[in-house]
Design a protein around this ligand. Structure first.
Ligand code: CTP
Ligand code: MG
Length: 228
């Protein structure tokens, strides 16, 4: 197995509004992060996991993963997702210097099916420098100006919704992060700026990001039940 997985989990979960870091919020009694790390390890193609946790929660996060029997390193995350990934990547390169494939996987996409993880890793191992799971758009999308007036209607057939894990050749992601500014919402976006092609594989509705109380309700009612 050549892949290491970075799991940014240091966000505060403001939109969820529970006053707890989102990665520690339970679904069916188990924290989202535990579901996410278990999903990565169970996929059978990830050799090492590095989690970026809220700095005040590093010890507690390491303890809860250990209690669940999940082998993962936990490092302090940063002020934004980019910084958290950067810190996790630095640690991963130190502990697994011969890693060839790096996955970046949001803790908030805790119920991503194993076949999505496997497809991303397989595509990078087959030679793609960067691979992202995507889904077609169900809704029409409009571009608007600052006042909310529509300025364009992009062709929906050419649009995709992007999920994680995103997979990269380790050298490409390292270069992308070396060139990155302070903040980016999407790792593949940093790779695109290098002029490196980004390939796509089929994502899955269960890889949805849990952002709002509505999403959490879906996770409780549907996603977790499907996994177990
Ligand atoms: N993340 C991180 N470090 C940060 C901010 C976010 O590692 N400083 C992680 C989150 O923990 C999450 C992923 O990036 O797994 C995607 O972020 P998001 O869904 O926005 O989570 P939060 O930032 O926790 O949520 P919110 O924006 O509502 O506060
Ligand atoms: Mg956020």
């Amino acid at each position: 197995m050549t892949a290491v997985a970075l799991v940014p989990a240091a966000g505060q979960g403001v939109r969820l509004g529970l006053g707890t870091p989102k990665a520690l919020v339970p679904v069916h009694g188990t924290p989202l992060l535990t579901h996410a790390v278990r999903g990565l390890l169970d996929a059978g193609c990830v050799r090492h996991v590095v989690v970026a946790a809220p700095p005040a929660e590093v010890a507690a996060t390491a303890a809860l993963l250990a209690e669940a029997g999940l082998a993962a390193d936990v490092v302090p995350g940063g002020a934004d997702r980019t910084d958290s990934v950067r810190r996790a990547l630095r640690h991963a390169l130190t502990v697994v210097p011969d890693a060839r494939v790096v996955l970046v996987h949001d803790a908030a996409r805790a119920f991503t099916p194993p076949e999505v993880i496997q497809a991303v890793v397989a595509a990078v191992e087959a030679g793609a420098p960067a691979v992202i799971p995507v889904l077609p758009m169900a809704d029409t999308v409009k571009q608007v100006d600052g006042g909310g007036t529509v300025t364009a209607t992009p062709d929906r057939a050419a649009l995709r919704v992007v999920q994680t894990p995103q997979g990269f050749d380790v050298e490409v992601l390292t270069r992308a992060y070396a060139a990155a500014g302070d903040s980016a919402t999407d790792d593949a976006g940093l790779v695109e700026k290098l002029g490196v092609p980004v390939a796509t594989v089929m994502g899955h509705p269960c890889a949805m990001k849990i952002t709002t109380p509505f999403d959490l309700a879906i996770a409780e009612a549907v996603l977790c039940a499907k996994r177990n």
